[in-house]
Design a protein around this ligand. Sequence first.
Ligand SMILES: Nc1ncnc2c1ncn2[C@@H]1O[C@H](COP(=O)(O)OP(=O)(O)O)[C@@H](O)[C@H]1O
Ligand SMILES: [Mg+2]
Length: 461
Amino acid sequence: MAKVQSLRTQFLLRLALPLALFVVLDAIASYYIAFHYANAAYDRWLLDSARSLAQEVKAQKGKVTFELPPTALEIFQWDEVDQTFFKIESSRHGFMAGDKRVPPPPDLASVRDQPVYFDSMIQNHSVRVVSMLATPKDSSEEVLVQVAETIRKRRSMMTDILLAELVPQFLLVFGAGLYIWIGINRGLHPLNTLTREIAQRSPRDLAPIPDTGVPLEVLTLTHTINDLLARLSTAITAQQRFIANAAHQLRTPLAGLKVQAERALRETELATMRPALAQIRNCADRASRLSTQLLVLARSETALGGPRPGSRADLRAIARDACMDWVPRALQRDMDLSFEGPQAPVYVQGEETLLRELLNNLLDNAIRYGRDHGQITVRLAADSHPCLIVEDDGPGIPDSEADRIFERFYRPPGSPGDGCGLGLAIVKEIAEQHDARVRLSRSDHGGARIEVLFQDREPFF
Ligand SMILES: Nc1ncnc2c1ncn2[C@@H]1O[C@H](COP(=O)(O)OP(=O)(O)O)[C@@H](O)[C@H]1O
Ligand SMILES: [Mg+2]
């Protein structure tokens, strides 16, 4: 089963996640920038201290000295947070003053060009060290001045920056996420309402779903559903009418059966019973024909969506066989039934049994409603669009009936015989299943002509 995706989660993932990522990247970037400037400020202070120590390096009679009054030293080393160390070293005489633990610069040569900063350790404490060279007047001696300071202030400043950066940023993401969440829920609300509305419906209620206050995106959905409901409603109404009509039609032969059976029961002699028995047979015939017709209609309707793909039928064989089947019935009325068609098969995409049923109904009508001693012709025109024609030379169907004659259960008033008005409806249904058009016209002799025009001819092989 495919995994069901939540629209809400998708929105959140696509909006809030990138936002959070962006904020984190932004926090990291601004942290590093702030860290860089803060470090630069502390470094300058460190260098200032080294310079003021360097000023105390003096040369007297060629001898380099360094003297710092104890009070100045105290002020220099006084710091609440960090510990400060210094070291003064001469190139010639070595260590002069300060703290020997201050580590030498990694590259002494580069100190000649400019002060050098580096990170190191004193007594397990991380320190930042600046080294510079002092060359007192009147002396060629080089004196290395170094000041080191533990980095607690820098660290606590970094933590402050981090907190000042991250707390508002995370509040921002949280607020934005909450806002998005509320927005999504509000946006999805119409869908929930729609779901509730449809779920609460009784299966009989096919009224359109209300679409007032529905946003545009959901409106398309409601319109589609309403469209479907409307079509369902039409189909169900038609179905109900059909069932009512079918029941009504079945009642007539059944009532006839009952009346004739009672009539036969009143007789004692077989001879006097016979007419009633004959009527019983007629009624049974009629009921059986009606139920066959109903079945055919149901079958052609369930073949919804047309014939199975790839199924094909030879119209010529169907027409020829049907004519042969109906010749005996035609002969009973002394009618001439003939078939005109090509020599080769004419294939169309379709179901053979349904097409045979279509032709049976047309021939049944022609023989029923045609004239005694008349002529019935079944013609197959095999162009690129094959056309099946059944025509007779009887009274024909009046033009005024052309619109309704294909309706189910419709028979023009005064129609002879005891049909139920389903024949032409079946013809139309089967034709539609095969994408074919049915046309009613008059034959050259004034009789009825029904044409079934197919769309495309299937290739011979
Ligand atoms: N070939 C025809 N000639 C004259 N009338 C016809 C012909 N075919 C059909 N009709 C008329 O159309 C009506 C409907 O035909 P149909 O749908 O087959 O139902 P049924 O045959 O059961 O009456 C018939 O009752 C008849 O009046
Ligand atoms: Mg008929």
